[in-house]
Write a protein that binds this ligand. Structure first.
Ligand code: ATP
Length: 244
């Protein structure tokens, strides 16, 4: 179980190279319980690579990526600690949403009742028995989030989770993430929708060219820009607009 002194997410000196290209360089930040942290940065900045290292999907070249104090691969029941939405496109098209969740629940040793719970919680019960190939992008995002929530984790890592959601879906997601953190959970969410991050996040970590360009409470970061995240972000990243 997590304690108050153990950060839910801790990246320390994270580095990832592909050949001689450094995708992530000396990235350090914390996500404490009770906070929503926005991971921001231009295309190719290193956000997804950072998340993949936290989730044990990519091995850091150096540094450490800890969830509730341990590397992902050392967590005894990872799905009970952490849920992730990385790529809603990676769902098997010929399965139904319910089948997909049943398989995920069985693989994680979770009670089948959780499938019903998350289908209801994410508003896709009506589509549960339709094949995923017929789902809209927004429905796939909801199914991906339902999968992340199966194990009742205390940590969520979400890569562009609002992608494809309609305005009602975006508001629903915002309320969901806020409630999750207010219940003591920790959320790391990447997004290019700065107005959305402004509404939902407590803190932000801005990555540019693989390095942390700024990190801290949103209000503190944006104080010099009248509290406007967009102008702060654009000023900060003005020299790093090129996609790597
Ligand atoms: N497996 C890989 N092999 C080689 N290069 C990679 C690999 N994965 C990522 N990269 C490179 O690392 C850099 C960071 O990519 P990453 O996907 O982490 O960026 P991102 O911040 O998530 O970008 P976006 O906002 O466009 O999704 C990019 O230049 C990308 O091309």
């Amino acid at each position: 179980m997590n304690t108050n002194t153990t950060p839910a997410i801790q990246a320390a000196g994270l580095r990832k190279t592909f050949g001689d290209f450094a995708a992530v360089e000396d990235v350090s930040f914390l996500v404490p319980n009770g906070r929503v942290v926005g991971l921001l940065g231009p295309n190719g900045a290193g956000k997804t690579t950072t998340m993949r290292m936290l989730l044990g999907l990519a091995a850091p070249t150096s540094g450490s990526a800890l969830i509730n104090g341990k590397p992902y691969r050392e967590l005894e029941h990872p799905t009970k600690h952490i849920g992730a939405v990385l790529d809603a496109g990676g769902l098997h098209p010929s399965r139904t949403g319910r089948q997909h969740l049943r398989i995920a629940a069985a693989m994680a040793g979770l009670d089948a009742q959780r499938v019903i719970d998350v289908l209801n919680e994410t508003g896709i019960m009506a589509a549960a028995d339709r094949k995923i190939r017929g789902y809209s992008l927004g429905m796939k995002q909801r199914l991906a989030l339902a999968t992340a929530l199966l194990g009742e984790p205390s940590v969520l890592i979400l890569d562009e989770p609002a992608n494809g959601l309609d305005p009602a879906g975006i508001r629903w997601l915002r309320n969901k993430l806020r409630a999750f953190a207010d219940d003591g959970g920790a959320v790391l969410v990447s997004s290019h929708l700065l107005s959305e991050i402004e509404l939902v996040a407590d803190d932000a970590v801005v990555i540019a060219h693989g390095r942390v360009a700024a990190a801290g409470a949103l209000a503190t970061l944006t104080a010099t820009h009248g509290g406007d995240l967009e102008s702060f972000y654009l000023d900060l990243t003005a020299t790093t607009m090129e996609v790597r």
